[in-house]
Design a protein around this ligand. Structure first.
Ligand code: UGA
Length: 449
């Protein structure tokens, strides 16, 4: 690259960007970058997905994303394509946001990342910044660099690799993109740093610049710490149940200490989703590989698993034999604001209840379609799906709440009580108004409450 071109690129305000992967991360990042003024092509090898996106139809639910995508496309700043080679050639900056699923042993399957690196190498026609956005184990940046260098066709073309981990939460990913708590940049060259600073210049937040390994490790550490906080409060909830204390108030008392903070101290049936569970597995595996036995994280994982069986035991304690008991389950996604059921606590809990031969009546505001797919392998005669809550509770012995969708607090519980056969409420998120429900005549069980 001659000096003139180099300066042109570094002084640009808006960039031609290729985002590889149109999943939860890739799509939010694509639409967000387009809103910031960049010209973005979002590429995915799933043709069906791209066809749908070209028609402005999203394959998953994320608040605010559809209108952001629509706006980007309308303004001519956001495109969708399955032509990865073209996307790479026409861009100065490439974000890799492909899937990094877990393997059986807990390690991360990096096949998609490696494939993408080889395609980038073949199509590297000018200097480009290649950014790891997917959550990857430490040292992936080194491998990305090595692979692209090894396979690149034009030997004189240079590139930079950057680690820019994402901290988006499903359900509020669009908000998080525009209001990040921080932007972490793991860089090796000042040129790449300047370009990344320019890309994000309209986002007002702290920019933390580190080396690549450190940036990758920050992501591991954050998700593992969040998981640890959750398992800690869930362990406290067990002690609260034993001691006759209230975990909500304990969390309040802890959270008032600014060194602890109130967030991520809601006890419940445990954490799920495609990030925390697989990320702690990956970190345990990676630490072991590096020579450190991260036993703390192993315990975090164990507590999370136990929390689900503990909840089922609590229901059993009340209803005694579960065979043929009618249980309505409200809230199936791993948290509110999403239809994502990956590693949702609802899966293990529903599987246990089916094993006990209970009859299940499922309702969720967004993920009934997804639930039908997830539970298609189970004894389907035992599970029925509902589009609205009141039909689901008819004749039930127990209403079990597993995700704290706001609409559940607005339900008419008087009506629910009149529809149920026995009025037990098992609140797996400590979300409902216990006193109000008890006044209405419900028997209420929560977690550590
Ligand atoms: C998580 C992190 O919070 C994000 O910062 C990160 O970017 C993301 O993973 C990722 O690696 O991509 P997410 O999986 O969307 O985000 O969900 P969280 O909001 O972290 O919730 C995880 C689980 O913890 C949910 O099942 C939720 O119900 C549970 N949770 C959360 C609790 O049980 N109690 C709480 O107080 C908070």
């Amino acid at each position: 690259m001659d000096l003139k071109n180099k300066l042109l690129l570094e002084n640009k305000k808006n960039f031609n960007i290729c985002v590889i992967g149109a999943g939860h991360v890739g799509l939010v990042v694509s639409a967000g970058l387009a809103k910031l003024g960049h010209k973005v092509v979002c590429v995915d090898n799933n043709r069906k997905k791209i066809v749908l996106l070209k028609r402005l139809s999203l394959t998953f639910f994320e608040p605010g994303l559809e209108s952001l995508v629509r706006e980007g496309v309308k303004r001519g700043r956001l495109y969708f394509s399955y032509n990865l080679a073209e996307g790479i050639k026409n861009s100065e900056v490439i974000f890799i946001a492909v899937g990094t699923p877990p393997k059986e042993d807990g390690s991360v399957d990096l096949t998609s990342i490696e494939n993408v690196c080889r395609v980038i190498a073949r199509n590297l026609n000018s200097y480009k910044v290649i950014i790891e956005k997917s959550t990857v184990p430490v040292h992936t940046g080194e491998k990305v660099k090595e692979t692209i260098s090894r396979y690149k066709k034009k030997k004189n073309v240079s590139f930079d690799v950057v680690s820019n981990p994402e901290f988006l939460r499903e359900g509020s990913a669009v908000y998080d993109f525009f209001n990040p708590s921080r932007i972490v940049l793991g860089v090796e060259s000042q040129r790449a740093e300047r370009i990344l600073r320019a890309i994000y210049k309209n986002l007002k937040t702290t920019l933390l610049v580190t080396d690549i390994n450190t940036a990758e490790l920050i992501k591991h550490a954050c998700n593992s710490f969040l998981a640890t906080k959750l398992s800690f409060i869930n362990a406290i909830s067990r002690i609260c149940d034993l001691a006759g204390a209230n975990v909500e108030r304990v969390a309040e008392g802890m959270g008032l200490d600014p060194r602890i903070g109130r967030d991520f101290l809601k006890a419940g049936v445990g954490f799920g989703g495609f990030c925390l569970p697989k990320d702690i597995d990956a970190f345990i595996h990676l630490s072991e590989k590096l020579g450190y036995n991260f036993s703390l994280l192993k315990e975090v994982k164990k507590i999370n698993q136990e929390q689900k069986s503990y909840f089922v035991e609590k229901i059993k304690e009340c209803l005694w034999v579960l065979k043929d008991k009618r249980i309505a389950v409200f809230g199936l996604s791993f948290k509110p604001g999403t239809d994502d059921m990956r590693f949702s606590p609802s899966i293990d809990i529903i599987e246990s209840l089916v094993k006990e031969k209970a009859l299940l009546f499922l309702y969720d505001p967004q993920s009934i379609g997804e639930a039908k797919r997830v539970f298609s392998g189970l004894a389907t005669k035992k599970i029925k799906f509902f589009k609205e809550p009141y039909s689901a509770v008819k004749g039930c012995d127990c209403l079990c709440l597993l995700t704290e969708w706001e609409e559940f607090n607005r339900l008419n519980f008087k009506k629910i009580k009149s529809l149920m056969r026995y009025s037990l409420i098992a609140d797996g998120r400590n979300f409902l108004d216990k006193e109000k429900l008890e006044k209405l005549g419900f028997k209420y069980i929560g977690i550590g409450r």
